[in-house]
Design a protein around this ligand. Structure first.
Ligand code: WT7
Length: 658
């Protein structure tokens, strides 16, 4: 294929991966801080440093002790009392921020809503009172299953205001996944919507919720947001008398006077489920004071947020990125947050850039998988829109390949915006490894170094320092997960038992460090996949497959994918009497999507008479990955040739695959 004129030289440029990008002078000059000494200051007195951040927040009662560390259990700002909603709303009501846009929202069909801090405070308070009216009390769990509409943020903040623990479930999850999460947390109330728009279609959330609700005895009430008359008609929303209530009915007469509940610094703010190496997702528990301190601090320094910025993080509130960097971090900073409901390619592939131009977005935070899709769609889309207001770009969710980084820098950032590649996890709550755009010389593909106050290193299996091995966090940090809901033993086992040294956290990622000290995160080293920035456990997909009557056994691996990073490939052994067929491939893919949600739909199903295992019965995943990537078979086929498998297995055994 001959590239069109001019693109050849562009490509050459894009592949020069050894480039360094120092912070632009004018960016540095305007930044909150521009001095590298922050690293040393944090290093010299870690507790004093975090305490100074915490002092920026509003406390009803100051703490007596910054940190109580009994590995693996940490308490931050012990004895302190505060309220997260109070910090995100009330404290901005006394100056000019009162009338500033807190939230600028656009729906996929183009409807727009803007909430000032005053507006958001009023509606959150009203909804908080409505929840109280339904009997929700401090410590109760509330499940939230909403599209990307302002009510998602309002519901989270309303829970925080009264001390209820929210558990947000991504709207793309199936009824079964929703039910599992509701039941694990014993939620009393579910907040959902009649539907939401995605790529021109209506996702019938209430209908999905109704299916889940058949198996969730703990739910007493369901609050339903009317996303639009149109949607209720399309989705035929039915309301069960007494149990189900419309959101707009509830807040219509609710008082806007709802004092924020004083919470202990260590009280739980939320639970968020994430996939692990077993079939059961883990309820990651985050608490109040430490979480808010670190999300506040990182939002401020990593995004260098200013009073007049328009900040847009494209994540969904169903993931940790949406919690920490759409809702809590930015609002604690009094920022203006942009929020968009729908898909990046609806009605055309320029939608994100049209939104950036329309609202004058200055800081833009997205995922590498999105950047690779934009790259594939071509620069003609961003070139149609005025992106001159952008001043900083960010990425999160998976390693970013240097080509995508350089494309982002050139075609979105106009070669003037620094890029922050931020490494962190659901469990870490906030950003951990990242450039600071005002001091760090960035290198495409590297998340560079730990945020001030964070200590990370690379260890080998035996716990010795190395420059290529497992990423390890060697000191507690304020927004660390506190436990796994209802399973403290799993918390210890999963994160704190890899090495003998107590208090060393194992995130599950491999990484290397270059001669300049920059960290390069290489990806998961456990049986967890990262599909389009979403974490999916291989075991979850395997149990969904085995749940199908035709399947005897299944093994799931990640397959390299140029946009998603990884796609799901499943090797399936059928039950006696079942024959492989194209129809069955379609049916199995649909079955997984139905059991877990569309994000877990396998890209490829390969039937195999048996699965290659070691003598101890462990599935040889490396072999399966090679087959899935076509490395072994030369092309993709739905049938893994047993002879090839046998031959490869032999070779791998000779090479010593575990
Ligand atoms: C896993 C965490 C953090 C919010 C989004 C995902 C991978 C995340 C990066 C990055 C390389 C990254 C890791 C991590 N990851 N950010 N900048 N560079 N890898 O949250 O679902 O908890 O997934 O995402 O593998 O362990 P999550």
């Amino acid at each position: 294929m001959t590239p069109p004129d001019g693109t050849e030289s562009k490509l050459d440029d894009l592949l020069r991966e050894d480039r360094r990008f120092p912070p632009p002078e004018d960016f540095r000059a305007r930044a909150h801080v521009s001095d590298e000494s922050v690293y040393d200051e944090a290093e010299e007195d870690m507790l004093g440093y975090w305490a100074r951040w915490a002092e920026d927040l509003a406390w009803f009662q100051l703490w007596d002790q910054v940190l109580d560390w009994q590995p693996p259990h940490a308490k931050w700002f012990v004895g302190g009392q505060l309220n997260v909603a109070h910090n995100c709303l009330d404290r901005h009501l006394h100056g000019p921020r009162r009338n500033k846009a807190a939230l600028i929202w656009e729906g996929e069909p183009g409807d727009v809503r803007t909430y000032t801090y005053w507006d958001l405070h009023r509606e959150v308070s009203q909804f908080a009172n409505a929840l109280k009216g339904l009997g929700v009390e401090k410590g109760d769990r509330v499940a939230i299953y909403l599209p990307m509409i302002p009510e998602a943020a309002i519901a989270m903040l309303a829970c925080a205001r009264i001390g209820a623990i929210h558990s947000v479930v991504f709207g793309g999850f199936s009824p079964g996944s929703l039910a599992d999460r509701i039941n694990d947390a014993d939620a009393r109330v579910l907040i959902t919507a009649d539907g939401g728009y995605r790529r021109g279609n209506v996702i019938p959330l209430k209908r999905n919720a109704d299916e889940a609700l058949q198996q969730t005895p703990s739910i007493e009430h369901v609050v339903v947001v009317a996303r639009g008359w149109d949607i209720s008609r399309t989705t035929q929303t039915t309301m069960q008398p007494k149990r189900d209530l419309w959101y707009h009915d509830l807040i219509r007469d609710a008082s806007a006077d709802c004092p924020a509940e004083p919470m202990d610094s260590e009280d739980i703010l939320f639970i968020l489920y994430t996939s692990g190496t077993t079939g059961q997702p883990k309820g990651v528990v985050h608490s109040t004071g430490g979480y808010l301190t670190q999300t506040y601090a990182t939002t401020r320094w990593v995004f260098d947020l200013k009073e007049d910025d328009v900040y847009w993080c494209t994540a969904d509130v169903g993931w940790i990125t949406g919690h920490s960097y759409i809702v809590y971090g930015p609002l604690a900073n009094g920022a203006t947050v942009m929020m968009y409901e729908g898909a990046p390619d609806f009605p055309d592939r320029g939608r994100f850039w049209e939104l950036c131009a329309k609202y004058g977005v200055t800081v833009f935070y997205t995922a590498p998988t999105a950047i690779r899709a934009f790259m594939k769609w071509g620069e003609e889309w961003p070139e149609k829109h005025d992106l001159s207001q952008l001043r900083l770009l960010g990425t999160v969710g998976e390693p970013i390949n240097p080509e995508a980084w350089v494309w982002y820098h050139r075609f979105i950032g106009g070669e003037r915006c620094p890029i922050v590649d931020t490494w962190w996890q659901t469990e870490t709550g906030g950003i951990m490894i990242t450039p600071l755009p005002w001091v760090t010389e960035t290198v495409p593909g590297s998340a560079t170094r730990p945020f001030p106050g964070i200590q990370a290193t690379l260890l080998d299996e035996a716990g010795r320092e190395t420059n290529a091995g497992y990423l390890a966090i060697t000191r507690p940090w304020p927004s660390m997960l506190r436990t796994i809901w209802g399973d403290d033993e799993r918390f210890r086992q999963t994160y704190w038992s890899k090495w003998d040294e107590p208090g060393t956290y194992f995130p599950g990622d491999g990484a290397k460090q270059d001669e300049n000290g920059n960290l390069w995160i290489l990806g998961r080293v456990d049986d967890v996949l990262n599909v389009a920035g979403h974490r999916i456990g291989t075991m979850e997909v395997e149990s969904a497959l085995v749940d199908h009557p035709a399947v005897a056994e299944a093994a799931v691996v990640g397959k390299t994918h140029d946009v998603k990073g990884q796609a799901i490939a499943a090797f399936v052994t059928l039950r006696d009497g079942k024959e492989p067929s194209d129809e069955l491939v379609v049916a199995l893919k649909a079955h997984v999507a139905e059991v877990i949600g569309a994000i877990a739909r396998p890209e490829a199903i390969l039937f195999s008479a048996d699965l290659p295992k070691t003598r101890s019965g462990k599935i040889m995943r490396r072999l399966l990955r090679d087959i899935a990537d076509g490395k072994a078979l030369g092309d993709t086929t739905t049938l893994a040739d047993p002879e090839v498998v046998a031959r490869l297995k032999q070779r791998y055994e000779e090479e010593g695959e575990p």
